[in-house]
Design a protein around this ligand. Structure first.
Ligand code: CU
Length: 265
């Protein structure tokens, strides 16, 4: 009798281990290729007869970091892959106008599109956004409706050095319970129209789950990887409302004690 139970026990263990082997051993690596559905935001033709089409990854544009794509074609529909393309976002707030940080598009042959980034710092409730796309020196312009992101994923602040900076979350495809790569971007506002990437910061990351007033261990503060991007690791020990407190310093001087960004998952 004892032996039967032992046999059943061993069988149940081997059954469990069999099941485990069927699971994807590394859930961060997708099994199937990701199919991207682009949303066409508009098409216009430059003074140089270049047809410019603008795409996004989502039908709704929200404040924060937005990957933005274009194609350029000649009048016969042949793709132009060697153009110089510059993003020129502009927000008209009535009394004043300003731009926002961008990463100018570079041609990506894998997706047959120019790929760049526009960081919308405000929603369209505060004014009218247009995205100018300059192709080989000639611009077309698209109206963009920007909704407010559900959490604060972009922040503008004045540092203790008197300079204005913009810190933005570079969103991952998903957040997972546990260790997540955390990427942020920092830009400096040098004029209403100029927001170069800033590579001179050091950051101290302290996550907090706001509703339950606890933190998490083993986080790695973001460090510069180039072009104003900083990467670290955030430990999200449970789902919920996380505040990513970021103390930002330049040359050993604290510029902002708490330039936090919020996520919810
Ligand atoms: Cu504005």
């Amino acid at each position: 009798m004892k032996n039967i139970f032992l046999a059943m026990f061993i069988a149940s263990i081997s059954l469990v281990s069999c099941k485990k082997e069927e699971l994807n051993p590394n859930p961060t690596v997708p099994i199937a290729p990701v199919i991207v559905n682009y949303t066409t935001l508009g098409t216009d033709t430059t003074a140089n007869n270049e047809i410019v089409t603008l795409y996004s990854l989502t039908s709704e544009i929200k404040t924060g970091y937005n990957k933005t794509f274009i194609t350029v074609k000649d009048l016969s529909g042949i793709a132009i892959t060697n153009a110089t393309v510059v993003f020129e976002p502009l927000m008209d707030m009535g009394m004043m106008q300003h731009a926002s940080p961008v990463e100018n598009p570079i041609y990506n042959s894998d997706i047959e599109k120019y790929e760049g980034v526009v960081i919308y710092t405000m929603s369209s409730l505060s004014g009218v956004w247009t995205l100018g796309v300059n192709v080989n020196g000639s611009s077309v312009s698209f109206g963009i409706t920007v909704l407010e992101s559900p959490t604060q994923v972009v922040r503008s602040f004045t540092g203790t050095d008197g300079e204005i900076y913009i810190i933005t979350l570079v969103p991952p495809s998903t957040w997972n319970v546990g260790m997540n790569e955390l990427e942020i971007m920092i830009n400096k506002k040098t004029s209403m129209m100029s927001f170069p990437a800033d590579n001179d910061f050091t950051a101290v990351l302290t996550p907090e789950m706001v509703s339950m007033a606890h933190g998490s261990p083993n986080n790695i503060s973001p460090v510069l990887v180039g072009n104003g991007h900083y990467k670290g690791t955030v430990n999200l020990t449970m789902t919920g409302d996380w505040r990513l407190h970021l103390e930002l310093s330049k040359a050993g001087v604290i510029i902002n004690t708490d330039a936090y960004l919020d996520i919810l998952f």
